[in-house]
Design a protein around this ligand. Structure first.
Ligand SMILES: O=C(CO)[C@H](O)[C@H](O)COP(=O)(O)O
Ligand SMILES: [Fe+2]
Length: 223
């Protein structure tokens, strides 16, 4: 398996001083910036758009930015995020009329592409598109808010998707998002995830490095 990646969700960052907070969480040893885009339509919350992504790049953030689109319809906003400096763009299949076309659009925009499956979304959405995926993101909470509890059923789903990825032979990251904490990250990794979004667990702590180091120590115990 590839190296584990820790991706703080900036949904839980301090929006009044976002650039500094993102820089701090990267300096504390995290790998990727997880950027949650919510439209008050596909999900019942409203967050940030491409201008904020551009602002982070202009501020000097060079780490990969993992844009998690919770918007419907999804296609129109993809080129804007690519221009704004997104590295990875993921979307929910329920938010796209043509999943294959949306994946192609992301790739043509120069970004890595991924599908996001909600807790109750079946795995068959992965059929026929595995060759176009760089990332599969399993939601371990229902999308819309940070600070929710990890849904245990996700562990079985992770095992199933890990088996699908391994059988496919494709180079696909398995990302998990929602309720990831120091005390459950090891079992989530053991179930097959290799990229871990964590918002409230990191940003609720005064010292980001302490919690990221604790997560790395837990991950080190997983073979
Ligand atoms: O996509 C999301 C919610 O829709 C967030 O990325 C997720 O909830 C992370 O927050 P936390 O780690 O606090 O659960
Ligand atoms: Fe997210």
């Amino acid at each position: 398996m590839r190296p584990f990646l820790i991706a703080p969700s900036i949904l839980s960052a301090d929006f009044a001083r976002l650039g500094d907070d993102v820089k701090a969480v990267l300096d504390a040893g995290s790998d990727v910036v997880h950027f949650d885009v919510m439209d008050n339509h596909y999900v019942p919350n409203l967050t940030i758009g491409p201008m904020v992504c551009t602002a982070l790049r202009n501020y000097g953030i060079t780490a990969d930015i993992d844009v998690h689109l919770m918007v419907k319809p999804v296609d129109r906003i993809i080129p804007d995020f690519a221009k704004a400096g997104a590295s990875i763009i993921t979307f929910h299949p329920e938010a796209s009329e043509h999943v294959d076309r949306t994946l192609q659009l992301i790739k043509e925009s120069g970004c890595k592409a991924g599908l996001v499956l909600n807790p109750a979304t079946p795995l068959h959405y992965l059929d026929h598109v595995m060759d176009k995926l760089d990332v599969i993101l399993l939601m371990s909470v229902n999308p819309g808010f940070g600070g929710q509890s990890f849904i245990p059923h996700t562990l079985e789903k992770l095992r199933q998707v890990r088996a699908l990825i391994d059988a496919s032979g494709f180079d696909i990251r398995l990302e998990v998002d929602g309720g990831v904490k120091v005390d459950n990250i090891a079992e989530i990794a053991a179930a097959g995830a290799d990229m871990f979004v964590a918002g409230s667990a990191i940003f609720s702590q005064a010292d980001y490095k302490v919690v990221i180091d604790q997560m790395r120590a837990e991950l080190a115990s997983v073979s």
